[in-house]
Design a protein around this ligand. Sequence first.
Ligand code: HEC
Length: 128
Amino acid sequence: MKRPMLSALALSTLFSLTTVAPAAAVQEESDGKVAFNNACRTCHSFKAGDNRLGPTLHGVVGRKAGSIEGFQFSAAMKSSGITWDESNLDKFIANPDTVVHGNAMKPFGGVADASEREKIVEYLKTLK
Ligand code: HEC
């Protein structure tokens, strides 16, 4: 008598696991965070005021390049005249030197995969 009951329980558990899928928005955000952690977190924090080897990326979308107080930017970054938006962030992450020649974001080689970059930029937009 015990066995059939157990397998019924196992089946219903399995059923509820497969039907309770995470909402799309939540999934996207965590994908972006994973991509950010993989590619950027060695040098960048997403917390306000937390500068490491690179400046904090909190609030980076809409920010003037090289403008964080207390971080030693390269002359190239400070004088770039860029305000970060989705489009120039995508290009910068793909190949930093083509957007701000002579910047100090080394030895970061860029993220070649466009969908990874898109996830990262989507994540950066949430950091405000
Ligand atoms: C090896 C360390 C390193 C890695 C990895 C790295 N960065 Fe940076 N990043 C820097 C440094 C250093 C600067 C400052 C550059 C300068 O002053 O020229 C910088 C600057 C930036 C800036 C300009 C910020 C500002 O306030 O103007 C952005 C945007 C940025 N990084 C995004 C990213 C993203 C997104 C990733 C991951 C895809 C990433 N970085 C990976 C070191 C790194």
